[in-house]
Design a protein around this ligand. Structure first.
Ligand code: HEC
Length: 206
């Protein structure tokens, strides 16, 4: 009995040391750069830990918002405004922030995201993901909850996004002050106001 117990403990300790050694070796070869790719084992473990951290009843929660064109439109606008800086309008994660945080923003059109349940997606949006760049968006306000459920519908729609929808999103993306100023100047110019230089010319001095 006692021997069996000691045997188990020894196996656990050896296993833990082997795992530590593995991670140690990985960080030795890649350094601590945020640009490094997590290895398959890390990804598997992180996903498993996250999965277990979500209470079962939350994971199985159905989306209370029926999907309609209006709901998708709301989700699209919200995503363009709040999520696309990291996740990109098309959900690919191909943005300067999304590519350079560790772990990277995933391509949400792919199976690992699309196979998550609605409840899981909602939970992630609502609570964020600890130790990553993914922030929490929920405030316990029922209105906000509905917004998050609409975003779940929109994430499901990402693999089918149309070019027109992408264009709409571009116009809804938050703009830097510089881009907004330039656009305002351009509008003024188009309306025949000569007091502002045409933006295309503003870099040149004749
Ligand atoms: C500051 C950058 C940032 C912003 C803004 C952001 N996210 Fe994320 N998000 C991330 C990162 C990084 C991950 C990956 C974390 C990981 O791998 O554990 C992630 C993961 C996710 C996931 C899980 C996908 C998966 O397969 O693991 C969902 C869903 C998600 N984000 C939705 C959203 C939504 C919806 C918004 C806007 C309301 C948003 N995110 C805003 C950085 C961001």
């Amino acid at each position: 009995m006692k021997a069996k117990f000691i045997g188990t403990v020894v196996i656990l300790i050896v296993g833990a040391l082997a795992l530590l050694g593995w991670f140690g070796y990985q960080s030795f070869t890649t350094g601590f750069s945020a640009k490094a790719e997590p290895n398959a084992l890390e990804v598997l473990m992180a996903r498993q830990v996250r999965y277990l951290a979500i209470p079962l009843e939350q994971r199985n929660k159905p989306n209370p918002v029926p999907v309609t064109p209006d709901v998708l439109q709301d989700g699209l606008a919200h995503f363009a405004d709040h999520c696309a800086t990291c996740h990109a309008n098309d959900g690919s994660g191909q943005t300067p922030i999304g590519k350079n945080v560790y772990p990277k923003a995933p391509d949400m059109r792919e199976a690992p995201t699309q196979t998550m349940s609605d409840g899981e997606l909602f939970w992630v949006i609502h609570n964020g993901i600890r130790f990553t760049a993914m922030p929490a968006w929920g405030e316990g306000d029922p209105e906000q909850d509905l917004d998050s459920w609409k975003l779940v519908h929109f994430i499901r729609h990402l693999p089918k996004l149309t070019p027109q929808e992408l264009e709409t999103m571009k116009s809804l993306n938050p703009k830097s002050k510089h881009a907004a100023d330039e656009e305002a100047a351009f509008d003024q110019f188009l309306q025949g106001d000569d007091s502002v230089a045409a933006p295309a010319e503003s870099g040149h001095h004749h």
